[in-house]
Design a binder for this molecule. Structure first.
Ligand SMILES: *[C@@H]1O[C@H](CO)[C@@H](O)[C@H](O)[C@H]1NC(C)=O
Length: 358
């Protein structure tokens, strides 16, 4: 598709964040597409997520046909992002039409927040006093609070734990439609896009190159050598708390993880890093990057992709996070997305280098 995926526009855009009006349009078009699927009696769209929403030549959002191709009993239907998985799929391994509504709710969350927020966490925020703190700060001044509140409310309805409590697609269509205020403006204009796609010259770092050629051994080598050095802004100094048992446990877990990682004992590294992630007061991009590689090594590319995305959440412009996502996407057969990710990684790499020189 000429104008990339929703994921790209929301989570790693080049020039400007997707404006509010366009986000509403995306919500509306997806609802339309799902309604259309229902009319054709294809009620299950698998693993609806921001990678499945594409922008066509006109900049209009559409759903990739990818989600329609899978077998409904395919156990992998929702494995890309466990935190986003409909609860009934976790319970029964089955996808039902209401699961699609749940996933639609997660897309609404992505659109509203501009981030990957796990639904359970988002619901806590929504139930709290000021649901509007969910909103992407780059959207400030672009919407009226009532409209944002309506969208947040719709998201929370879609994310209901019990499938029967979620609204149907017709309800969602009718609710989103009136939120569109600039229907006559074309999507290309809204997004500030020209028709021709821009070609970015690629200059990959050694890690980027290793990810491009799917050389897991080289990736391992580089991650090992870089260690935690890349982690900007993270405070690796330990305070007096170092002496508490809890921190001691954490340090041991990290040490076990690091040793297992060094010795290429990837299963053990995953175990210890997973324990570490649960213990750490603030998530570490490096731990996610390392666990990404571990998952790739043990043949779990979906989990790898999720971790590489998490690494990006920790450090938004970290080239390593992009290269590793490219690697995981490539393993998942999503070559076009992988290429985008490599380009993004290279762009951020160039930006870093110019700011170091300057
Ligand atoms: C962590 O590493 C240690 C030492 O290699 C190992 O004994 C243990 O099983 C690993 N997993 C967890 C969850 O601690």
């Amino acid at each position: 598709m000429p104008h990339d995926t929703l994921s790209k526009h929301l989570f790693h855009y080049d020039k400007q964040p997707l404006p509010w009006e366009m986000r509403v349009r995306v919500a509306y078009y997806i609802a339309l597409a799902l309604d259309h699927c229902n009319a054709e009696n294809r009620k299950i769209y698998h693993d609806l997520n921001a990678y499945r929403v594409l922008f066509d030549e006109e900049g209009d959002p559409s759903l990739s046909t990818f989600g329609l191709m899978k077998n409904s009993r395919d156990g992998k239907s929702y494995s890309t992002n466990l935190a986003y998985t409909p609860p009934e799929f976790m319970r029964t391994g089955r996808v039902i039409p209401e699961s699609v509504i749940y996933s639609y709710g997660t897309i609404l969350l992505d659109l509203l927040s501009g981030k990957h927020i796990p639904p359970s966490h988002a619901l806590d925020i929504i139930r709290g006093k000021s649901a509007l703190v969910l909103m992407d700060s780059s959207l400030e001044g672009q919407y009226v609070n009532e409209d944002a509140a309506t969208m947040i409310e719709l998201a929370s309805k879609c994310l209901q734990y019990e499938a029967r409590d979620r609204p149907d697609i017709k309800f969602l269509l009718a609710a989103v439609d009136p939120l569109q205020k600039q229907k006559e403006v074309t999507s290309l204009n809204l997004m500030g896009l020209a028709k021709a796609a821009v070609v970015v010259p690629i200059m990959l770092s050694p890690l980027g190159k290793a990810c491009e050629r799917l050389d897991l051994t080289a990736v391992h080598d580089i991650l090992l050598k870089t260690g935690y050095r890349d982690e900007e802004g993270a405070d690796n100094e330990l305070s007096f708390q170092e002496w508490t048992q809890q921190v001691q446990d954490m340090l041991n877990t990290k040490k076990f993880g690091d040793i297992a990682f060094r010795d290429k004992d990837f299963k053990n590294a995953v175990e210890n890093y997973s324990k570490l992630v649960a213990m750490m007061p603030a998530p570490s991009a490096t731990v996610f990057a390392r666990r990404t590689l571990c998952y790739l090594m043990i043949g779990q590319p979906e989990l790898a992709l999720r971790d590489a995305m998490q690494a990006q959440v920790c450090i938004p412009e970290w080239p390593t996070a992009f290269y590793l996502q490219a690697l995981a996407l490539s393993k998942l057969g999503m070559e076009a997305d992988a290429q985008d990710m490599l380009n993004d990684g290279a762009a951020f790499e160039a930006k870093r280098q110019s700011s170091w020189r300057g």
